[in-house]
Design a protein around this ligand. Sequence first.
Ligand SMILES: [Zn+2]
Length: 256
Amino acid sequence: MSTTALIDTHCHLDFEVFDNDRPLVLQRASDNNINTIVIPGTEKIYWERIKKLCAQYESLHACYGLHPYWINSHEKKDLQHLNAYIESNHPIAIGECGLDFRPHQADKKTQQYFFEAELDIAESKQLPVVIHSVKATETVIKTIKQYTKLSGMIHSYSGSYEQALQLIELDFFISVGGSTTYYNAKRIQAIIKKIPLDRLLVETDAPDQPDQLNKGKRNEPAYLINTVKKISQLKQIPVAKIAQQTTINAKHLFRL
Ligand SMILES: [Zn+2]
């Protein structure tokens, strides 16, 4: 199927789960007109793996960061490494970084420390940030308000409509993926209907968060079209227009 070019703004294509068939995954993405994929960083030990992949495939673009989900494996000195790594490897963004306030996660203070340090780096390097925020949108907003020159995306958005407007005001984009296609995803669907299209991004978050049609499967970039179709249906705007504008948005944010 041919559509307007799409950009998968958040895909963990470096994960081992793609090691056996990555070229085929990329071929299916390309067959669906997805030739630009953003790979977020997770832990220091995997930055090199992302770097190699991005050197190998023109469609892949690297971000480097320390993901809050793996906070216990990060050390404070990793932040200095991050600073140096960015200097020599020129990612398109810093991340993913952020806050995850689910009960089993590391203490909030430690998360906040890494998050702010990564925002400092992003601002000083004039790079956008990829933010992971789970049950933490209020604190994320409060934190990024301290920065005047920051822009970025909130990946897999799960906050409220009012918070989305605040984030947009702070020059952030709202990114959504497969979970918005679920029959019971009424909350995010209502938000998508209302927020301006020029502030929306689309992502798969593959291998996680497959859409309704691919429930239970490993997610991959080719499925991104299902999210675009859902946004089209919710906003009553043609698929081609959703594809075109979300691609413009991603190019603008990541300077692609
Ligand atoms: Zn992610």
